[in-house]
Design a protein around this ligand. Structure first.
Ligand code: IPE
Ligand code: IPE
Ligand code: MG
Length: 248
């Protein structure tokens, strides 16, 4: 049941997976249970995105500000990410999924970094959907890291300040070879970006859905894609002539 035409399917969908804690609270369960249930929603979202012909799916898994949560919750989330990669990497690889990690990879403790690198390395040559996991990711941090690298080039005389263009800045971001998101979905009814893809999302369509992340089903995703197909994107220009001609 998919009436989406290939021309209206977004190439890149990015999702702020929010509301795990509230999903659990509403059931009298510990927050950790919400996160665990959220992993199941991740699996379903990847399958749905691949079935719909989406080329890139970015999932906001852990923000650079999420370290401010209680230590026990941070370690629950780290544990879940590690378990997800250990359990699901082989399946994702078999499904031809290419995994990319964005976010700050420095100063990650223990065995998390080797696992992230293994996921990227194992699936590097895959040609199916690219699953971008935003982990220890904050857009301001990402932009600051890119700026520092450009500043080093300027200081070394490799670049003049006048050569710092939007294209060069984009090329220094973690998403350098990933197209900008066409659609950013946030679950749980919150309507903010929380430091997610601030540069790349300049012209993204934003969609806020009431479901908590663990309840984000295939149907929820398909209905978001149908609503996206009705949106008119102008990128600062005017309505396409074809649209104007209709009825005139
Ligand atoms: C999203 O759910 C998961 C992460 C931010 C890692 P939350 O944990 O933010 O759940 P709420 O927003 O407190 O309900
Ligand atoms: C954004 O959700 C981060 C992730 C989904 C990983 P938060 O729950 O951390 O955002 P705020 O704090 O409500 O803005
Ligand atoms: Mg939240």
């Amino acid at each position: 049941m998919n009436q989406l035409s290939p021309s209206t399917v977004p190439a890149h969908v990015a999702i702020i997976m929010d509301g795990n804690g509230r999903w659990a609270n509403a059931r009298g369960l510990p927050r950790a249970m919400g996160h665990r249930k959220g992993v199941e929603a991740v699996r379903e979202a990847v399958r749905t995105a691949a079935d719909c012909g989406i080329s890139y799916l970015t999932l906001f898994a852990f923000s650079s500000e999420n370290w401010n949560r209680p230590q026990s919750e941070v370690s629950d989330l780290m544990g879940l990410l590690k378990t997800f990669i250990r359990r699901d990497l082989a399946v994702l690889h078999k499904q031809n999924v290419r995994i990319r990690i964005i976010g700050d990879k420095t100063n990650l403790s223990g065995d998390i970094l080797p696992l992230l690198l293994e996921a990227e390395e194992t699936t590097r040559a895959n040609t199916g959907i690219t699953l971008v996991i935003a982990f220890n990711y904050g857009a301001r941090d990402e932009i600051a890291r890119a700026m520092r690298a450009l500043a080093v080039d300027v200081a070394a005389g490799r670049l003049t300040p006048g050569e710092i263009t939007p294209e060069r800045i984009a090329a220094g971001l973690d998403t350098a070879d990933i197209p900008d998101p066409d659609l950013i979905i946030r679950t749980s009814g919150e309507e903010r970006l929380s430091n997610f893809l601030l540069w790349q999302g300049a012209y993204a369509e934003l969609m806020f859905v009431p479901e908590f992340w663990p309840d984000f089903s295939r149907d929820t995703f398909l209905s978001a894609l149908s609503r996206y197909a009705m949106r008119e994107r102008r990128f600062g220009g005017l309505q396409p002539a074809a649209t104007l001609a209709v009825g005139s």
